[in-house]
Design a protein around this ligand. Structure first.
Ligand code: FAD
Length: 422
C-alpha cells in the first residue's frame, strides 16, 4: 500500500516545471505568494523545442531579473533569412532599434535553460520544486483544493488555494477539470532535430524560414558551439517510429549533399491550433501550452504562453493579497483566449501556409510579398514589434506589467507602420 504524505499547504500549486511553469512560479513568488511546483520527470526536460525569444519576451525576462544570466548563456541575433529555393530567392531582414523599445535583437537560448534559471531564482524565494511527481487527481473545496500525485516515495497529497496547469498541450490538469481543448490538430507531422552542422557556410542566417511545398523548414542556430535546429515537415502517413531513419535523406536537401553533420537529438511531433474553452474553472487555472497550443511556425507558442503565465501570476497575486476580486480570473481567461484566437492563430497559420504553400500562383504572390517586405525600410522595425501583440491587456492599471501593455504606443505604432508582417 502506498504512503500518503501531507505537505505544508501553499497559496498556489503549479503542475509542470516547463518554462511557463517556472516563470509563473517566479513571478508569483516575487508577488509574495507561497508556491509549490510538481514535475513528472526527474529533471527539467531538454527536448528540441523553443529557442528564439522576441523583445516582448525579453521584457519579461528582464523584469523578473533573469535576462542577464540568459544573455550570457545564449547569444543575440539580429538577422532573419527567408529562402525560396525554387526561385533562388534569399532575403535577410535585420532588426532595428525602435524608439521606446529596449531591445533591438532576439535572444537564442534553449527553453530548458529558461526554465532552469527561473527555477533557481524561484527556489531562492522559497518555491518548493518536487521532481518525479505526477499529478493524477484533485478535489476542490470552498477555499482550497487537494491535489493527488504519485511521487518517488509513493502517493502524495498537496493542499493549495489555487492550482495552475502548466503541464503542456496534453495537460492532465485540463483533462481532470473537464475543460475542452477547442480547435484542430494539423494533419502534418513536424520533425525537430538538433544537429551540429555549419549552416552559415551554406548561406543560412542565424534564423531562417525555408519555403518549399516538400522541404519547408525552420532553421536556427542554437548556440555558439555549432549546434543548430532544423525542423522540417513529413507526411504523417509515414510510420512515426521510423522517422529517424529518414533524417539522412531529408538532410541531403537542406545540407546540399554534405554529410559532415552530427545529429544530437530529434523528435517528431503533432501540431495543434487549440485553446481551452476556458482558462479558469473554479480554483483551476491554465497557462502555457496547457491553455493554448499553436503550430510553432514563427515562434509564437512560448512567446504567447509565457505572457499568459505572466498575466495570470499578476492577477492571481493580487487576488491572494485581497487587492482584486477573484472575478478578474475570468477576465484573464477571456483576454488570453482572445489573444490566442485573434493574434497568435492567424499569424502562425499564415506562416505555416506560406512555408509549405504548393499552389504555383500563390507561391508567386508570396514571393511578391517577400520582395516587398525586403524593400520596405520598416521591415526590421516590424520584425521587432509584431510579437508585442501577444501581450494584450494586462488587466490591472497598477500592474507591474502596465508599462508593457501595447494598447497605447506600440499598437498604434504597428498600425501606422507601412507593411504587414505575420
Ligand atoms: C520543435 C518546437 C520548436 C518550438 N520553437 C518555439 C520558438 O522558437 N518560440 C516559441 O515561442 N515557442 C516555440 N515552441 C513552442 C514551445 O516549445 C512551447 O510553447 C513550450 O514548451 C510550452 O511550455 P510549457 O511550459 O507550457 O509546457 P512544456 O514545456 O510542455 O512543459 C510541461 C511540463 O509539465 C510536465 N507534466 C506534464 N504532465 C504532468 C503531470 N501530470 N504531473 C506533473 N508534471 C507534468 C511535463 O513533464 C513538462 O515538464 C516550439 C515547440 C516545438 C515543439
Amino acid at each position: 500500500m502506498s504512503d500518503i504524505t501531507e505537505f505544508r499547504p501553499t497559496d498556489v500549486l503549479i503542475v509542470g516545471a516547463g518554462p511557463v511553469g517556472m516563470i509563473t512560479a517566479l513571478a508569483l513568488a516575487q508577488a509574495g505568494a507561497s508556491v509549490r511546483v510538481i514535475e513528472r520527470e526527474g529533471q527539467i526536460i531538454n527536448s528540441p523545442r523553443a529557442a528564439v525569444y522576441f523583445p516582448s519576451t525579453l521584457l519579461v525576462l528582464e523584469e523578473l531579473g533573469i535576462l542577464d544570466e540568459l544573455d550570457r548563456i545564449g547569444f543575440r541575433n539580429r538577422a532573419f533569412g527567408t529562402h525560396v529555393p525554387e526561385f533562388d530567392y534569399h532575403s535577410v531582414v535585420v532588426t532595428e532599434p525602435v524608439e521606446g523599445i529596449a531591445y533591438d535583437y532576439q535572444l537564442h537560448v534553449g527553453q530548458h535553460d529558461v526554465a532552469r534559471v527561473a527555477m533557481e531564482h524561484a527556489q531562492r524565494l522559497g518555491v518548493d520544486v518536487q521532481f518525479g511527481c505526477e499529478l493524477h487527481g484533485f478535489e476542490e473545496y470552498d477555499d482550497h483544493m487537494l491535489a493527488m500525485a504519485s511521487g518517488p516515495d509513493g502517493e502524495v497529497t498537496y493542499s493549495a488555494k489555487w492550482m495552475i496547469g502548466c503541464d503542456g498541450a496534453r495537460s492532465m490538469v485540463r483533462k481532470l477539470a473537464g475543460i475542452e481543448f477547442e480547435g484542430h490538430t494539423w494533419p502534418e507531422r513536424f520533425v525537430a532535430t538538433n544537429v551540429k552542422f555549419p549552416f552559415g557556410e551554406l548561406g543560412y542566417e542565424q534564423a531562417n524560414f525555408v519555403c518549399d511545398p516538400v522541404n519547408m523548414a525552420v532553421i536556427a542556430q542554437l548556440d555558439t558551439a555549432g549546434l543548430w535546429r532544423c525542423t522540417y515537415m513529413e507526411d504523417s502517413s509515414l510510420p512515426e517510429e521510423t522517422f529517424a531513419e529518414r533524417i539522412p535523406q531529408r538532410y541531403e536537401w537542406f545540407m546540399q549533399g554534405r554529410t559532415d553533420y552530427e545529429v544530437v537529438s530529434a523528435s517528431p511531433y503533432m501540431l495543434h491550433q487549440r485553446a481551452g474553452e476556458t482558462l479558469r474553472k473554479g480554483r483551476v487555472l491554465l497557462a502555457g501550452d496547457a491553455a493554448h497550443a499553436t503550430n510553432p511556425c514563427g515562434g509564437l507558442g512560448l512567446t504567447s504562453g509565457l505572457w499568459t503565465g505572466i498575466v495570470l501570476a499578476d492577477v492571481l497575486g493580487a487576488v491572494l493579497k485581497g487587492e482584486e476580486d477573484a472575478s478578474i480570473l475570468d477576465r484573464f481567461s477571456d483576454e488570453r483566449r482572445r489573444i490566442f484566437w485573434e493574434v497568435v492563430t492567424p499569424a502562425a497559420t499564415e506562416n505555416k501556409r506560406m512555408l509549405q504553400e504548393a499552389d504555383p500562383e500563390q507561391r508567386q504572390k508570396d514571393l511578391g510579398f517577400l520582395k516587398a517586405l525586403e524593400d520596405n525600410p520598416e521591415s526590421g522595425a516590424l520584425l521587432m514589434l509584431f510579437a508585442y501583440k501577444v501581450i494584450g491587456d494586462v488587466l490591472r492599471p497598477n500592474s507591474r506589467w502596465a508599462h508593457a501593455d501595447p494598447s497605447d504606443r506600440v499598437a498604434i505604432d504597428i498600425r501606422n507602420r507601412k507593411g504587414q508582417i505575420h
